[in-house]
Design a protein around this ligand. Structure first.
Ligand code: PRX
Length: 682
C-alpha cells in the first residue's frame, strides 16, 4: 500500500475540526503565580538548547538520589534504543518514599478519596506509605518469589493499594505492568501473556457511579485466557476494598487466589532494603494501542524516566512539597503513572487518588474535594472538563477552593472549553498548562513553562526544555514554523523519559517510531534518529504547537487511545461477522467515539440482537471504553477496486459530512445504501 493510499484508507477526521480553530491570543499568568513558581529563569531554554544536549539533563538527574552516580549521560551505541545515565544505580521506591522520611515522615503522601462521600478520606503519610510498601515488598519477595527483572501484571482500580503495589515492585526491581481497571479480563490476559507474568495482582471490588462493582471475576477470565495462550499464572493476589471483608461473590480458587490482607499478617514489621538498580533497568511496562491489533508494551526505564517525571513535575506542574496536587486521571494510564505516582511522590508532594467518577453524586463533587483537601494544583483531560461544563457550569463558583495551577492533557482542547476552564474552574487565578505527550514519551513533550511563557488557548505551547520538535512533511522535508501547514510532528533528539523499546519487539519499536524519518539505519548517532510521534500538528511563528490528531489508525476516546484494529478484531470474534471497520465520530464530551460498520457472512440475517451481540463482544474483549456508539450492519463495505475498505467514506457518513467522490470505488452504490440507513435511523 502506498503512503497516500494508507492515509486515504485510515484518515481520521480529528484534524478537521481542529484546523478550523483560529490561532488565539496570549493569556498571561498572574503575578501571584509567577512570584511563587519553581521555574522563573528564562535561561533554562538556553541551558537545554541542542548545543547543550545531552548534558542539560543532568539538572533533572540531580533532583534524585543515586546509590552510584552515573558515568555516561547518554549511551547511543544501540540507537535508537537509548540508554540514559549509564553506570548509575538508583531505586525508584527509595526516591519516592524513603528519602522523604527524614523531614516529612508525617506529611500526607496520598489522600485517598473514596467515591462514596460518607466514607472518610484516607490520609496516608510518608511513614505509613513506607511501612506498607516494605511489608508488601517482603510479601512479593518471600511469598511470590519475585526478584529484579520479573514482570507482574496489576489489574487494579484507583486505590491507595495501587501505588503501594507499584512502589513495592519498584523496591525489588520487579517490572510492573498495570492494566487499566476498566479493561476486560481478556485485555488483562493479552498483557499477562505478552509480558510473561506469572503473578496477577488485583482487587475484589471498587466503586463506580455509586455502585460497588465486583472486579474479581475479571481475574478469573484473565488467568483462564492467559493460560489458553500458554502463559500460566500461579498466584492471584487480591486486595480487598474493605480490608478483612470479601466484596465479591466470585469463589476464590484454592491454591491460586490469596487475600493480600491475610498474607500481610505474616509480614508485619518486615522491611526490605531497596534494590539498587542500574539506571537503564526497566521500571514498568505500559501497554498502548497502535497500528496493529496487538497492544504494545512500552518499556520505561528507571533512572531516565524518574528524572524526567521529577523534572517536569517540578517545572511544569509547579509542585512544591507544601502543595496538594490532584490529577484526576486513572493510574492505569501513563498520566497516572507519571503524574499521580512517580513525579509527585519523587518531589514529596501530597497526591490525591480519587476512586470514582467526577460527577458522583453530583456536578459539585470535584470542587468539594478540592475545597475540603485544599487542592491547589488540578490536572485533568478535556473530556472531563467538557462534561463538568455541561452538567454544572456554575458549580465551581459555589465552593471555596483556589487553584494556582491547572493542567489539560490527552486531546486537543477547544478554545471555548479552555476559557471556561480558565475563568470558571480556575477563577481566573490559575495558570494553565496544555501538556502534549504520549504513553511512549513518559513525560511532557510540549507545554508552556507556566511562569515563563504565556498561555495560548487550544495550543500546547512550545517544546519542553530539551525537547526539540520538528514538523516534517510526507517527503521528510521540514515545514518551517508560521506557515499554517500541518505535518508530522517529530522530536529531533532523545530525552530521558522516552520509552526504551517495545517489550520483546525491538523491530516494531524501530519500524513504527523511527524508520520513516531515519537518516541512516546503521547510524549510532542520535542526530540520525528523529522520533516520530504519529500526531499531525501545526507550529506557529512563536514555536507554539497545535496538535491536530493522530495520523495512524488510533481513535482518541475521552483522551484514551484505542486502536481501530483492536476494536475490529474484537468484532471479528463474533462468528457471523465477515468484515469490520471502525471510524471515529465526533462527540460533545468524549471528543470521539467509535462507530462500527460490519458486513455479515453470506446467508446471515441482520438483526438488532446480532448488533447487540457484537457490541457486547467488544465490551467483553476490550472494555466498556471501546463500546461502539452504534453497530451498523451494512450489506457491504465501500471498497476500492483493489478491495480496501474506505474508512474515510464511512467516517464521513457517520459524521454527517460530505463523502466526496465515490466514483473510483468498486461498489459506489453501497455508499447510497449506507447513507439511507443512516438517515432512516435518525
Ligand atoms: O494524539 C495525541 C493525544 O493523545 C495521544 C497520546 O495518547 P496516550 O498515549 O494515551 O497518552 C495520553 C496522555 C499523555 C497523542 O499522540 N494527546 C495527548 N495530549 C494531548 C493530545 N492531543 C492534543 N493536546 C494534548 N495536550
Amino acid at each position: 500500500m502506498t503512503e497516500k493510499e494508507r492515509k486515504e484508507a485510515t484518515e481520521t477526521s480529528e484534524a478537521q475540526i481542529a484546523v478550523h480553530w483560529q490561532e488565539e491570543g496570549y493569556v498571561p499568568p498572574t503575578p501571584a503565580f509567577i512570584a511563587q513558581a519553581n521555574m522563573t529563569d528564562p535561561t533554562i531554554y538556553d541551558r537545554f538548547s541542542l548545543d547543550n544536549f545531552p548534558n542539560c539533563f543532568k539538572e533533572y538527574a540531580d533532583l534524585l538520589d543515586w546509590y552510584e552516580y552515573w558515568t555516561e549521560i547518554l549511551d547511543t551505541s544501540d540507537a535508537p534504543c537509548f540508554k540514559w545515565f549509564k553506570g548509575g544505580k538508583i531505586n525508584a521506591s527509595y526516591n519516592c518514599v524513603d528519602r522523604h522520611l527524614a523531614k516529612h515522615a508525617n506529611k500526607t503522601a496520598i489522600h485517598f478519596v473514596p467515591e462514596l462521600e460518607e466514607e472518610k478520606v484516607d490520609h496516608v503519610t510518608y511513614q505509613e506509605l513506607w511501612v506498607r510498601v516494605n511489608e508488601f515488598a517482603a510479601l512479593l519477595q518471600d511469598f511470590c518469589g519475585l526478584k529484579a527483572g520479573d514482570r507482574v501484571t496489576l489489574h487494579m482500580p484507583m486505590s491507595t493499594e495501587l501505588p503501594v503495589t507499584m512502589l513495592a515492585c519498584a523496591r525489588l526491581g520487579v517490572i510492573h505492568s498495570q492494566v487499566f481497571g476498566g479493561f476486560s479480563g481478556k485485555a488483562a490476559a493479552d498483557r499477562i501473556e505478552d509480558s510473561g507474568s506469572n503473578v496477577l495482582i488485583t482487587m475484589d471490588a471498587y466503586y463506580r457511579g455509586g455502585k460497588l462493582l465486583s472486579h474479581k471475576e475479571k481475574a478469573d477470565i484473565a488467568v483462564e485466557e492467559a493460560e489458553k495462550m500458554g502463559q500460566k499464572v500461579d498466584k492471584v493476589l487480591i486486595w480487598q476494598r474493605y480490608p478483612g471483608k470479601y466484596s465479591s461473590d466470585v469463589p476464590m480458587v484454592d491454591g491460586r487466589d490469596y487475600f493480600v490482607n491475610d498474607l500481610l499478617k505474616d509480614y508485619y514489621g518486615k522491611r526490605v532494603d531497596p534494590v539498587p538498580m542500574p539506571a537503564e533497568a526497566p521500571l514498568f511496562l505500559m501497554y498502548t494501542s497502535g497500528t496493529t491489533g496487538k497492544p504494545k508494551g512500552c518499556q520505561h526505564g528507571t533512572g531516565g524516566y524518574l528524572a524526567y517525571v521529577a523534572g517536569t513535575s517540578k517545572y511544569v506542574q509547579d509542585i512544591h512539597p507544601e502543595d496538594v496536587y490532584w490529577c484526576m486521571a486513572d493510574i492505569g494510564w501513563i498520566t497516572g503513572h507519571s503524574y499521580i505516582v512517580y513525579g509527585p511522590l519523587a518531589l514529596c508532594a501530597s497526591t490525591v487518588v480519587y476512586e470514582g467518577i467526577p460527577n458522583y453524586p453530583d456536578a459539585g463533587r470535584c470542587w468539594r474535594i478540592a475545597q475540603d483537601l485544599g487542592v491547589n494544583i488540578f490536572h485533568t483531560a478535556p473530556t472531563a472538563i467538557r462534561a463538568l461544563r455541561k452538567i454544572g457550569p456554575d458549580e465551581p463558583a459555589k465552593y471555596d477552593y483556589h487553584f494556582k495551577h491547572m493542567t489539560t492533557v490527552g486531546e486537543p482542547i477547544e478554545p471555548e472549553v479552555w476559557r471556561w476552564y480558565h475563568e470558571v474552574v480556575g477563577k481566573g487565578e490559575a495558570a494553565i498548562v496544555d501538556t502534549w505527550w504520549q504513553t511512549e514519551t513518559g513525560g511532557f513533550l510540549c507545554s508552556t513553562l507556566p511562569a515563563l511563557k504565556p498561555m495560548k488557548p487550544g495550543s500546547a505551547g512550545p517544546g519542553m526544555p530539551g525537547i526539540h520538535c520538528v514538523i516534517y512533511d510526507d517527503e521528510g522535508k521540514e515545514v518551517p514554523p508560521g506557515q499554517g501547514i500541518a505535518g508530522n510532528i517529530c522530536i529531533q533528539n532523545p530525552w530521558p523519559g522516552m520509552f526504551q523499546t517495545i517489550w520483546g519487539n525491538r523491530e516494531r519499536f524501530v519500524n513504527q517510531y523511527f524508520e520513516r524519518y531515519c537518516k541512516d539505519p546503521n547510524s549510532k548517532r542520535w542526530q540520525d534518529w528523529p522520533y516520530m510521534t504519529g500526531d499531525a500538528a501545526v507550529m506557529a511563528e512563536d514555536g507554539y504547537v497545535r496538535i491536530l490528531g493522530r495520523i495512524d489508525d488510533v481513535i482518541n476516546v475521552s483522551g484514551h487511545r484505542l486502536g481501530t484494529k483492536e476494536i475490529e478484531s474484537a468484532a471479528l470474534v463474533v462468528p457471523e461477522v465477515a468484515e469490520a471497520a471502525v471510524v471515529p465520530v465526533k462527540h460533545d464530551i468524549k471528543g470521539r467515539e467509535p462507530d462500527l460498520y460490519v458486513a455479515l457472512k453470506p446467508g446471515i440475517e441482520s438483526s438488532d440482537e446480532l448488533a447487540k451481540k457484537i457490541s457486547d463482544t467488544i465490551v467483553r474483549e476490550i472494555g466498556p471504553i471501546a463500546k461502539p456508539r452504534k453497530v451498523w450492519i451494512v450489506p457491504d463495505m465501500p471498497k476500492t477496486r483493489s478491495g480496501k475498505i474506505m474508512r474515510r467514506i464511512l467516517a464521513a457518513i457517520s459524521n454527517g459530512s460530505d463523502v466526496g467522490d465515490t466514483m473510483t470505488l468498486a461498489n459506489p452504490e453501497v455508499v447510497e445504501e449506507i447513507k439511507k440507513m443512516e438517515a432512516a435511523s435518525k
